[in-house]
Design a protein around this ligand. Sequence first.
Ligand code: HEM
Ligand code: NAG
Ligand code: NAG
Length: 502
Amino acid sequence: MLEAMGSLAAALATALGPRTLLLGAVAFLFFADFLKRRRPKNYPPGPPRLPFVGNFFHLDFKRFHLSLQRFVKKYGNLFSLEFGDLPSVVVTGFPLIKEVLVHQDQNFVNRPITPIRRHGFKKNGLIMSNGQTWKEQRRFTLTTLRNFGLGRKSLEECIQNEAHFLIQAIGEENGQPFDPHFKINNAVSNVICSITFGERFEYQDSQFQELLRLLDEVTFLETSVWCQLYNLFPRIMTYLPGQHQTLFSKWEKLKVFVTHMIENHKRDWNPAEARDFIDAYLKEMEKHKGNATSSFQEENLISSTLDLFFAGTETTSTTLRWGLLYMALYPEIQEKVQAEIDRVLGQSQQPSTAARECMPYTNAVIHEVQRMGNILPLNVPREVAVDTTLGGYHLPKGTTVLTNLTALHRDPAEWATPDTFNPEHFLEDRQFKKREAFLPFSVGKRNCLGEQLARTELFLFFTSLVQKFTFRPPKNEKLSLNFRMSLTLSPVSHRLCAVPRA
Ligand code: HEM
Ligand SMILES: *[C@@H]1O[C@H](CO)[C@@H](O)[C@H](O)[C@H]1NC(C)=O
Ligand SMILES: *[C@@H]1O[C@H](CO)[C@@H](O)[C@H](O)[C@H]1NC(C)=O
């Protein structure tokens, strides 16, 4: 058969000449691409796609979440986009977003696994897994987090302790300008590290600082143009140098760190007494030993642990950094927070979740930091699990779904001053007021698994810091609200002064 085709091609080449043949081959590729891209009936409208690369050139990766407003205007609250081979839709507006995340959550429960992810982690872990693996990993993690003190006194004490260390470390700056990034990173990370690894790391620990830098770098690299190109042409890019290769080697280093931690745990493991997440997981693996279909295997242990480490560090510390930046930029709001702290806690009493009920203003400020910080502007992507109808359009299984949380958090119909920092958005008669259109943790079956932990951390860390320090811009330096785009939106590198209050 192959031979026959070979001689046919040879005969054609002699008859038509190589140039015609090449043209024919290119035309065929375009035609095949066109057929592959034909949209099913009633698919959401969107900008025209180019062959092979889809809407790649429509996208501005430096401010991706803001670059598509014109398409909403033109095509409406549900429009389609194509990232190379990945058909995607963007969902705007509260009713439609709620339809995706809550009312039809079963149909949108999956995550798209991009080629770059698959290369690094297959379909393992918590954040980027689907089906049985996801169900088992999520259920186990939720139970285990609860067993290790989520919602209990012990975890609150752990965070209070860490806040104490952070205050000490920031106090050592003596009110001089400093970049708070990695101290905050370290403090926040120590909370999830206590749960997963059973230990915290000193802020001077250079190995751990290196690890935090790795974490920061992979967050940034994964959204680089190189990695988008890898997602378009994985088979070619595998052989080319570039930032995608850097990402792979950094992921590998993170995996080595976690693997090392797991080996240490195995050495002195006592099944009768689980010290932390890894111990509990080893026990679960033992329970499922010999069952090849179970997802409780070593590679999921590594991925799920790394997922917790990553999700538990990056998001919360980025939010806190936004918080301190807003305080330095809005001194009169910071003063009001401090007045409330002084009234409810004074200088000596440590902040606790119990006190949160009596601190509506501080609570409102933290919510407003999350609204304006908007660190996951398009949520974490979902994928259509079974053919679905949304807003009257047909979405075939496998379509990527982005829900535009930015539009929700800046909707002029929902917020009095959508683009200005204003804690009154979460207050009514001086009482804290919940807002429906506020979804930084998303909602539904696949929402943020660490929401409760994150909310506790944000309140305790933020309140502890503002209790002890007044945050100010350094003399003659102008602070900006510009962001850096990576997997999260974070403030650009900056310095602050933390002036002791006592
Ligand atoms: C301010 C802090 C945080 C924010 C804004 C945040 C936000 C989010 C969002 C928007 C999602 C996607 C939910 C969806 O697809 O509907 C998510 C998922 C997730 N978050 Fe968080 N998160 C934060 C902190 C944390 C912490 C501290 C942990 C640690 C336990 C954590 C663990 C996770 C995990 C494991 C997932 C994946 C859940 C799944 O796919 O089933 N997050 N987070
Ligand atoms: C999301 O909404 C914001 C605010 O309306 C808009 O500027 C941005 O372009 C939208 N992004 C996408 C991907 O639709
Ligand atoms: C093996 O694991 C799968 C998936 O967790 C489970 O459905 C099945 O019941 C297990 N089999 C045994 C014999 O435990």
